[in-house]
Design a protein around this ligand. Structure first.
Ligand code: PGA
Length: 304
């Protein structure tokens, strides 16, 4: 059996995304190149690693085992790299960060500011939803994660660094846009455009409605906050989104934040690592940067 590290990296990416196209994008490879690496790996092992059911690919039993070992191999190599980086010092390191979809609205600004201060650090950024972040932490994949409430069931160290208010949005000419202090019960008959299952925003909103015994009716779900804003603007339904996703839409007067009783739903952003993880100097520098300086790079819309 002759496995190469490249094959393992490619395999891990396909297994993580359960999707060849997204894996290829993440690796900056063409899809045929990714398929070829997987075929060669399957030939060396002598077993299929994926099976296709409908449009979705799934890991076979052998694939699950390969993924378990694949993550350990890459995890060990990362750890070794971290040791070498600490010998070289902060300014030459690699940093692997994963952020919640919603946090990506400010994460790029944060990274730009961080890189200005530490020009030699190479960063790899993954943007995904809360549930996928929980799995990544479980598998000890990223150095650091930026997400809402720390996940349960994984041993992590987490530090809150700023607020994440969730607000209810409507088209700017919606009749409710002019009303004040609207009771939540009013929304029992409304329909909402929501994020996909696994999204922290969606989970928190549903819990909030449940706690207030108000039915939460959804009309359509979407994986991107941008798509939700556009759908709300087009009148498909109301939305509940993080204030951090809104800047431009509010400034250009396309959406209104409704004045709803007990709103905003207050969440916080956390920087999180696996408990006991030895952070490289680059990762440690990023964590300190987020905790000490992040707030000044997170702009809120003027109207808020
Ligand atoms: P998201 O947000 O998963 O909805 O993008 C993260 C969170 O609020 O936990």
């Amino acid at each position: 059996m002759h496995l190469t590290l490249r094959q393992i990296e490619v395999f891990n990416a396909v297994a993580r995304h359960q999707n060849y196209t997204r894996a290829a994008e993440g690796l900056h490879l063409s899809q045929p190149a990714v398929s070829m690496q997987i075929r060669q790996l399957e030939d060396s092992i002598g077993l299929p690693l994926f099976e296709q059911i409908g449009k979705q690919i799934h890991l076979t039993d052998a694939g699950e085992q390969m993924y378990r070992y694949g993550r350990s191999v890459i995890g060990l190599l990362d750890e070794a790299e971290g040791v070498f980086e600490s010998i070289k010092g902060v300014e030459r390191g690699n940093l692997t960060i994963s952020v919640a979809t919603t946090a990506s609205h400010f994460a790029t600004r944060l990274l730009a500011a961080f890189i200005k201060q530490h020009a030699g650090i190479t960063i790899s950024l993954d943007v995904t939803n809360r549930e996928a972040l929980r799995r990544q932490l479980e598998n000890n994949e990223p150095d650091l994660v930026v997400m809402g409430q720390p996940p349960s069931g994984v041993d992590v160290e987490s530090s809150a660094f700023t607020e994440n208010p969730l607000v209810m949005i409507a088209p700017v000419d919606h009749p409710l846009a002019a009303q004040k202090n609207i009771p939540l019960s009013h929304f029992a008959n409304e329909h909402f455009v929501v994020r996909e299952p696994g999204s922290g925003t969606r989970g928190a909103t549903r819990r909030f409605f449940d706690q207030h015994n108000v039915p939460f009716n959804t009309v359509i779900e979407m994986t991107a906050n941008e798509a939700i804003r556009q759908a709300v603007e087009a009148g498909l339904g109301l939305g509940v989104v993080s204030i951090h996703t809104l800047e431009l839409e509010l400034e250009t007067g396309r959406l209104a934040i409704l004045d709803v009783q007990d709103f905003p739903i207050m969440r916080h952003w956390y920087v999180i690592q696996r408990k006991g993880k030895r952070l490289s100097p680059a990762a440690q520098a990023f964590k300190s940067f987020v905790l000490e300086q992040a707030e000044q790079f997170i702009r809120l819309p003027n109207q808020y």
